[in-house]
Design a protein around this ligand. Structure first.
Ligand code: ATP
Length: 193
């Protein structure tokens, strides 16, 4: 079984590409969504976060995203500490997902941050969904109802796409010039021979 990582900057179209792979029956693990779920539902994550960051990290039994974002935004050490609590459990959860799907030839892990962390070592190969800046801006402003400045701030917090282009084994262009379906079909065929 091959574990394929699908990554790309915010608004590049990762989720859309993964939904196309899902049409071919490929099991998809959305690491960002799963991490959000685990933060609220995994007892060890919750306990460790409260020990490290205090009771304000949860409000009405729900992860206090705004508070935690304000804490880690200005302090890299705190961000690493939070990642050290969450990442090992997400990695174990991904491993269970792979074990549960061990009879299929391909599984996909979708994650916005992959080259930047150990996440790159939890997959066999990585495909980058690449989309030009203007399209990403437009799509995220529309999808999340944000200003251009707010989206640019998020984009500037991520690894530049030209660096990711050098690191990815496969590139899927979501640029309104190439057909997404044909690229996904081609890559699926290439991997699942
Ligand atoms: P994020 O990192 O924020 O989760 P993402 O990389 O998963 O983003 P998507 O959610 O797949 O990106 O796409 C962003 C938005 O742009 C969505 O609303 C999606 O429907 C739209 N979109 C992406 N690609 C296309 C396309 N080729 N044509 C039309 N709309 C698109």
């Amino acid at each position: 079984m091959l574990k394929l990582g699908i990554t790309g900057g915010i608004g590049s179209g990762k989720t859309l590409v993964c939904s196309l792979f899902a049409q071919f029956g490929v099991p998809i693990y959305n690491a960002d969504e799963r991490a959000k779920w685990l933060v609220n539902n995994h007892p060890k994550i919750k306990a460790d976060i409260i020990t490290h960051f205090g009771e304000s990290a949860f409000q009405n039994n729900t992860y206090n995203r705004a508070f935690m974002a304000s804490v880690v935004f200005k302090d890299k050490e705190k961000l690493y500490a939070l990642n050290d609590i969450i990442h090992p459990i997400v990695f174990a959860d991904w491993k269970s997902f792979c074990d549960e799907n061990s009879s299929v030839p391909l599984v996909i892990k979708e994650a916005a941050i992959m080259f930047e962390t150990e996440s790159k070592n939890t997959v066999d190969e990585i495909a980058l969904v690449y989309s030009p800046l203007n399209l990403r801006l437009q799509r995220v402003m529309e999808r999340d109802n944000l200003s251009e400045q707010e989206v640019m701030q998020k984009i500037n917090n991520q690894m530049p796409e030209d660096e990711k282009l050098k690191l990815a084994k496969y590139i899927i262009y979501n640029d309104e010039q190439h057909s997404l379906i044909e690229q996904v079909l081609h890559l699926h065929k290439k991997i699942v021979k």
